[in-house]
Design a protein around this ligand. Structure first.
Ligand code: NCD
Ligand code: ZN
Ligand code: ZN
Length: 446
């Protein structure tokens, strides 16, 4: 029999303090379970956090947007290193983006990534399938074969590139309906962003860097919600970053269009002002926007216009970041810090409750990705995919201490609230006392 875990004095979703027993992969009991603490084979986890504040128990986090870089760039991240980082960040499932080398555009490649995730055992890995062959934007990839494969792909994206041809986008939206899939669009009009380096505005003008205007995102979001309405399909907007995009999605939802949207932690926290030091760690796609945009995406997340916080964890090699701004690759890491950023920007400011955090970081992404055993309530009989957070803790982000194989965090040196104390995947800890717990060959954890 596998080890049982008794979480003593924890606060599920920030509510009344109670005990929670995990056994046989599920939540076995909830209530005053003092007697169970003496049972042999039961490990007790004390839920008393910093300054006596009870720890918050949430459903394990689900990322809709992670770059794991395997196959192809194992020097920057592997499925194993990325999912270990994910577990430390509180995740029990991640969606692995398709822009690998080779591209995840066949059943063979998505099954390979899915198996690497299964064997690493840090969290569930759901590969995203490419929309077009080689991300070239021309011919649809074998979407049906990826959906039918062992990886059971439901999310399709050319992320990194925009599916800019409206006919190709229309065909993709129509095609994925057959298996209840969703097209996740990287909304970037390519002609409006040729040579773009950062958000087009006052700061880009002062720095002399080519601008990436908000309209290049908004034009594609507007077109796509209309296409989704026209063909009656499901659309997801990746890393929404502008006030105008929030307005378009709000309008689309009010018309009953089946659109969902995500915001990244960096677009909730940082602005184009961060580019003033020309440090490429702040170079990302879409670019960091203005404070007005940050305010708008926070408001959109608070009112439900934006459904999900997704990391867009984008690890890069030192040589692709420690160089001049124009030569650097866009992207930043995020798996290990996202919960703290959401706490700082949304919870500690009164915009979201912990129950809302469970919704935007677990329930909604699981629903959009059609992952049935994640994002579930903390209730008896439910799969024990959980994360335990110490909300009163504070910590300084140190790039070298992160578990991701890359060092391009934009938050180095920052003090952030909250700390992931434990993560449970089907009742077994992947993280305990804030440290990773590797699985043994038979799948058990010490
Ligand atoms: N976000 C980024 O700046 N980069 C991503 C691609 C993407 O998400 O568009 C990457 O793969 O590095
Ligand atoms: Zn993207
Ligand atoms: Zn991405």
């Amino acid at each position: 029999m596998s080890t049982r875990y008794l979480l003593r004095g924890v606060s599920p979703l920030g509510g009344a303090v109670t005990d929670v027993l995990l056994a046989d992969g599920v939540v076995a009991q909830v209530g005053d379970l003092e007697a169970a603490a003496a049972d042999e084979g039961t490990v007790v986890v004390d839920g008393t956090g910093t300054d006596g504040v009870p720890m918050v128990l949430l459903p394990g986090l689900v990322d809709l947007h992670t770059h794991l870089r395997e196959p192809g760039r194992e020097d920057t991240e592997t499925v194993a290193s990325g999912t270990r980082a994910a577990a430390l960040g509180g995740f029990t499932a991640v969606h692995a983006m398709a822009n690998t080398t080779p591209v995840q555009d066949t059943a063979g490649v998505v099954e390979q990534v899915w198996r690497l995730g299964r064997d690493a055992r840090w969290c569930d890995v759901h590969p995203v399938g490419a929309v077009t062959v080689g991300l070239a934007g021309e011919r649809l990839a074998e979407l049906g074969a990826m959906a039918d494969s062992a990886a059971r792909v439901r999310v399709f994206s050319d992320d990194g590139r925009c599916v800019d041809d409206p006919v190709v986008m229309r065909r993709a939206l129509e095609y994925v309906k057959a298996f209840d899939g969703v097209v996740a669009q990287h909304a970037q009009e390519p002609r409006l962003t040729e040579g773009a380096q950062m958000h087009e505005g006052v700061v880009s003008a002062e720095l002399g860097l080519t601008g990436w205007p908000a309209v290049a995102e908004e034009a594609v979001v507007a077109r796509d919600v209309l296409l989704a309405e026209h063909v009656g399909s499901r659309l997801h907007v990746c890393h929404l970053s502008t006030a105008g995009s929030v307005e378009i999605v709000r309008w689309a939802k009010s018309r009953g269009i089946d659109v969902t949207a995500e915001v990244t932690p960096h677009h909730l926290l940082l602005t184009d002002e961060n580019a003033r030091g020309y440090d490429p760690v702040f170079k990302v796609n879409p670019p960091l926007r203005t404070q007005a945009d940050v305010d708008a995406v926070r408001a959109g997340l608070a009112d439900g216009t934006i459904d999900v916080v997704a990391t867009d964890h984008a690890p890069h090699a030192r040589e692709d970041k420690d160089c001049e701004w124009a030569a650097a690759l866009p992207g930043m890491t995020g798996l290990e810090t996202v919960l703290s950023v959401v706490q700082e920007t949304m919870v500690d400011t009164g915009r979201l409750t912990w129950a809302d955090v469970a919704r935007v970081l677990s329930e909604a992404p699981a629903r959009i990705g059609r992952v049935p055993d994640q994002g579930r309530p903390v209730a008896v009989g439910e799969p024990a995919n959980l994360v335990l957070v110490d909300p009163a803790a504070r910590r300084v982000v140190v790039a070298a201490e992160q578990v991701t194989a890359s060092a391009n965090t934009p938050l180095a040196g920052r003090t952030l609230p909250g700390r992931v104390v434990a993560t449970f995947l089907r009742g077994q800890p992947t993280v305990l006392d804030g440290a990773p717990v590797a699985a043994t060959a038979d799948g058990h954890r010490a």
